[in-house]
Design a protein around this ligand. Structure first.
Ligand SMILES: Cc1ncc(COP(=O)(O)O)c(C=O)c1O
Length: 376
């Protein structure tokens, strides 16, 4: 049976009528840049995230960049992040002329270890940017306590965590600013590029709304160096429709995660994802560690049976050639390295059928002994 890693056509078919109607409205009004559809989405997404403001942007990389600028981070500053993330988290810090400082992750949640964050703080530290990786939030309670103690700004990279909670509080709503990506494969995905920041700080929201539009305050009055990072009207329309379905889609992911847990939880070769106390993840990625045997052999064998898997991600960000100047060496971030050397991601999206989920689990059970033999 074929189980793709993602099935966007299936999701799109389920909302096609609603989306076409919403796109038609934008086309009829020719409101292609920002406009009423984006404003409606911003209102609804702020409500969803539990914040008073949302500013629609053009992707989740520039939204991190806009957040850092609005937080006053710039040349000479240090920002603490995790080595286990998509590279954009680090890019944004580099774009503003600051330096990413990496702290290793917690072995249970795979997110920033608060104690190691504390150790990474120097007089130059300006901000912490926790990443809610795979859809589970970092320990925001501990991180906010550290930030308050050291007067640091916290920007949540919630690109993978639309709707995740810790103790009932939503991703993006606890730090000073939350940043989201609406890349098509995300839990909430646009029909192209998209991103947003959420915040309860009106002045930050106003600054980012201005920055994204060439820093105009009134027409043709540019009050600082601006950007073109505006959300497109068509993306706002698509996202607003999909947002209505997001809680049900996240619930379906939670059911699928429970299915994987029931079927695979007792297999000694696998370390399934664990949920930290008080957390309710949204399972953007279902990341499994293979404790013994070859991940690549297993993935190839699964692919031959039609089961697609991914690796999120093979290389810790500080070991990327782009960050060689920081001088890190293998062994600096043992927990993240252990995860990234052994992890592979199973198909995870709302539209997965019971037959597909069963095929994934049955194939894994059948192939794991072969993987072990290969490693011996
Ligand atoms: C953790 C994380 N941060 C930032 C981004 C960047 O988002 P975008 O691809 O929309 O620029 C992504 C998306 O790939 C992500 O997963």
């Amino acid at each position: 049976m074929k189980v793709p890693f993602l099935d966007l056509p299936a999701q799109n078919r389920s909302v096609a009528g609603e989306i076409r109607a919403a796109m038609d409205e934008v086309i009829d009004a020719s409101a292609f840049i920002l406009g009423p559809a984006v404003e409606r989405f911003e209102r609804n997404f702020a409500k969803f995230a539990g914040t008073s403001h949302c500013v629609g942007l053009n992707n989740g990389t520039t939204s991190l960049q806009m957040a850092l600028i609005a937080a006053g981070v710039g040349p000479g500053d240090e920002v603490i992040i995790t080595p286990l993330t998509w590279v954009s988290t680090a890019w944004a810090i580099s774009y503003v002329g600051a330096t990413p400082v990496f702290a290793d992750v917690d072995p249970v949640s795979y997110t920033l270890d608060p104690e190691l964050v504390r150790k990474a703080i120097t007089p130059k530290t300006k901000a912490i940017m926790p990443v809610h990786i795979y859809g589970q939030m970092a320990d925001m309670t501990a991180l906010m306590a550290i930030a308050t103690e050291h007067k640091l700004v916290v920007i949540e990279d919630a690109a993978q965590a639309h709707g995740a909670t810790q103790n009932g509080r939503s991703a993006g709503s606890i730090g000073h600013i939350g940043s989201f990506s609406f890349y098509p494969g995300k839990n909430l995905g646009a029909f192209g590029e998209g991103g947003a920041i959420v915040t309860n700080d009106e002045s930050i929201a106003k600054r980012i709304a201005r920055l994204r539009d060439h820093a105009q305050q009134g027409r043709h009055n540019h009050v600082e160096i601006g950007f073109n990072t505006r959300m497109e009207g068509l993306q706002g329309a698509v996202l607003d429709v999909k947002l209505r379905h997001l809680p049900a889609w996240n619930d379906a992911r939670r059911r699928h995660a429970r299915f994987y847990e029931r079927q695979l939880g007792s297999i000694s070769e696998l370390q399934l994802p664990r949920v930290a106390e008080g957390h309710d993840p949204v399972w953007h990625v279902y990341c499994v560690q293979l404790k013994t045997g070859s991940r690549d052999v297993l993935r190839d064998a699964l692919a031959e049976k039609g089961i697609a898997t991914g690796v999120h991600y093979p290389t810790p960000v500080p070991y990327q050639p782009a960050y060689a100047y920081l001088g890190h060496r293998v062994g600096d971030f043992p927990v993240a390295e252990g995860i990234m050397n052994s992890c592979f991601s199973l198909p995870m999206y709302a539209e997965l059928t019971a037959e597909q989920l069963t095929a994934v689990c049955d194939s894994l059970k059948e192939l794991l002994p072969m993987t072990k033999r290969h490693a011996a």
